[in-house]
Design a protein around this ligand. Structure first.
Ligand SMILES: NC(=O)c1ccc[n+]([C@@H]2O[C@H](COP(=O)([O-])OP(=O)(O)OC[C@H]3O[C@@H](n4cnc5c(N)ncnc54)[C@H](OP(=O)(O)O)[C@@H]3O)[C@@H](O)[C@H]2O)c1
Length: 341
């Protein structure tokens, strides 16, 4: 089969090569999928640049999700059959014409569903769903800050926060993105290219006004987000996009790592606060039932119109480098995908 193989941690043009590789071997609890569309995630950009610790060693096929039709099912698979069209959460291996996944990581979608929209349901919306519906309990009127609200995960978080009646602060880079998130439902949009988000919030709403912060930027932004939490506040850390850009550099990584801040559990205890880490790769590896529940929850919300994916860019598989730059250079708003046909 054909696959876009990551051969080098470098710029998008030199990083990938279309190669002929062996078809995946389908285990008894897995399904094989003939891929029509592969989704891109920011973690792919981090993996390409060599910043992603969990990425497989080179040469490798990365990619977290696909949409396509099942061509083979393992002996223990229930509920799915050859010919079903699915969206599936791949554990890498998504940038290929054929992908394999555990049956728990695949959900049926109608033949007419847009493959690009469906890709958004996998990693990005499942992550957003896990944050809001699994990792904590939210209540109407809670004050939430969502970082990078115009991104793939960000859009899902805004829609879920809106569904639960939260008051939403959202950050985004630039005026156009801020207009977009306001239309999406963010009450207080902050252009963090123009303003320091912490100063902006404190100067208007006072010290520690927030109940929830969802941080995907990492480094010093996490520390600032934490400092905005009220008593009983919760902060979710799910990424470190601020560390992307150049090639891996140990000194920069240590500096950014220290930027997160140093915390003692007593601090959290005294203020009745929580810090929650989210890593969907680990959830998918060790808590397949949780992943299955989240993926099904997302599809249910999609069918009810609560979650409405926004497609940020569609490319052909040959244009993968272009798609990577589009996402990595902060041009996208929503899901970026590459089509195989
Ligand atoms: N923990 C998990 O399991 C998990 C799962 C999925 C995603 N994530 C994380 O969630 C975040 C969002 O992922 P996504 O796939 O939905 O991507 P995305 O939000 O669509 O794209 C990333 C966005 O991050 C913002 N950003 C801030 N600083 C940046 C920088 N230095 N370089 C590039 N972009 C920067 C940009 O938006 P602005 O232009 O508005 O700043 C950019 O558009 C990422 O940090 C990702 O690693 C974590």
């Amino acid at each position: 089969m054909k696959a876009m193989v990551l051969i080098k941690n470098t710029n998008s043009l030199e990083a990938f090569q279309m190669r002929e590789i062996d078809d995946p071997i389908i285990e008894s609890d897995e399904v094989g999928i003939d891929v029509e569309t592969s989704g891109l995630n920011f973690a792919d950009v981090m993996a390409r640049q060599g910043h992603y610790r969990d990425a497989p060693p080179l040469p490798s096929v990365i990619g977290y999700e696909v949409v396509g039709k099942i061509y083979q099912v393992g002996a223990d698979v229930v509920d799915l059959k050859v010919g079903d069209r699915v969206v599936a959460f791949t554990r890498f291996g998504g940038y290929a014409k054929k992908a394999k996944v555990s049956f728990r990581g695949a959900v049926k979608i109608p033949d007419a569903a847009s493959s690009a929209e469906s890709c958004a349901l996998a990693t990005q919306f499942t992550t957003a769903y896990y944050c809001i519906e699994e990792a904590m309990r939210v209540h109407k009127g809670d004050k939430i800050l969502i970082q990078a609200a115009a991104g793939g995960v960000g859009i899902g978080l805004v829609q879920l926060a809106t569904h639960h009646g939260l008051e939403i602060w959202g950050t985004a880079g630039g005026e156009k993105k801020c207009e977009f998130i306001k239309e999406l439902g963010v009450h207080h949009a902050i252009d963090y290219k123009k303003y320091d988000f912490k100063e902006y919030i404190e100067s208007r709403w006072g010290a520690r006004p927030l109940d929830i912060v969802i941080d995907s930027l990492g480094g010093v932004a996490f520390k600032k987000g934490y400092s905005l939490l009220s008593i009983c506040g919760k902060i979710i850390g799910l990424g470190a996009s601020s560390m992307s850009g150049s090639k891996f550099n140990i000194f920069r990584t240590v500096k950014e790592g220290l930027g997160f801040g140093l915390y003692h559990p007593a601090q959290l205890l005294m203020a009745s606060q929580s810090m929650i880490g989210v890593n969907m790769l680990q959830v998918s590896d060790h808590k397949q039932n949780v992943l299955e529940r989240c993926l099904k929850g997302v599809v249910d919300y999609y069918e009810k119109g609560i979650l409405r994916p926004h497609v940020g860019g569609e490319f052909s598989i040959e244009e993968l480098p272009k798609a990577h730059d589009y996402l990595g250079q902060r041009k996208s708003m929503g899901k970026v995908v590459v089509h195989w046909q």
